[in-house]
Design a protein around this ligand. Structure first.
Ligand code: DAT
Ligand code: MG
Length: 149
C-alpha cells in the first residue's frame, strides 16, 4: 500500500470543483484516510514546496497555494502515487490527456487545480506535513476486496 497527499488547490475550491475532483479519486479506488478544509499558512506552503525554492515560479507557487482555502486529502492504495498522478494529468494542463483532471478542467500550469505526491517516500513526508496522526483513520472499506486483489 502506498500513500499520497492530494491538495485541491484554491482554484479548485473557488470554481466549485471540490466534490467532482474528490469523486474521481474515490471512483479510481483509492481509500480516503484523511481529509480537511484549511487555509495553508505561508510557512506550511514554503515547507511543502521547499524542493522548488529558488526556481523562477517558486514565489508564484507559494502565493497561489495560500491564496484561498484548499482541501487536503490523504489517500491510500496499491500504486497510489502513480494512479493518482495519472488521474491528475501532466503538470502543464495544455499537455494533460483528456480524461485526466488537468486535461478536463485546466489550461495553465499556474492554475493546475491539484497537487499529488511524486513518490511513496514523499507521500509519507507530505501527509505528515499536513496531518497530525489522530487526523488519519485506519479503516477497512467493505469494497476493498473488490478493488484490491
Ligand atoms: P506537479 O504538480 O505535476 O507534481 P511539479 O512538482 O514539477 O509538478 O511542480 C509543482 C508545481 O509548480 C506545479 O504543479 C506547477 C508549478 N510549476 C512547475 N513547473 C513550472 C513552470 N515551469 N512554470 C510555472 N509553474 C511551474
Ligand atoms: Mg510535484
Amino acid at each position: 500500500m502506498e500513500r499520497t497527499l492530494i491538495i485541491l488547490k484554491p482554484d479548485a475550491v473557488q470554481r466549485g470543483l471540490s466534490g467532482q475532483l474528490i469523486a474521481r479519486f474515490e471512483q479510481r479506488g483509492l481509500r480516503i484516510i484523511g481529509m480537511k478544509f484549511i487555509a495553508v499558512s505561508r510557512e506550511l506552503a514554503q515547507k511543502h514546496y521547499a524542493i522548488h525554492e529558488g526556481k523562477s515560479f517558486y514565489e508564484g507557487l507559494v502565493n497561489y497555494i495560500t491564496s484561498g482555502p484548499v482541501v487536503v486529502i490523504a489517500l491510500e492504495g496499491t500504486n497510489a502515487i502513480q494512479a493518482a498522478r495519472n488521474t491528475i494529468g501532466a503538470t502543464r494542463p495544455n499537455e494533460a490527456a483528456p480524461g485526466s483532471i488537468r486535461g478536463d478542467f485546466a489550461i495553465e500550469v499556474g492554475r493546475n487545480l491539484v497537487h499529488g505526491s511524486d513518490s511513496p517516500e514523499n507521500g509519507l513526508i507530505e501527509i505528515a506535513n499536513f496531518f497530525n496522526e489522530p487526523e488519519l483513520v485506519s479503516w477497512a472499506r467493505s469494497t476493498d476486496s473488490w478493488i484490491f486483489e
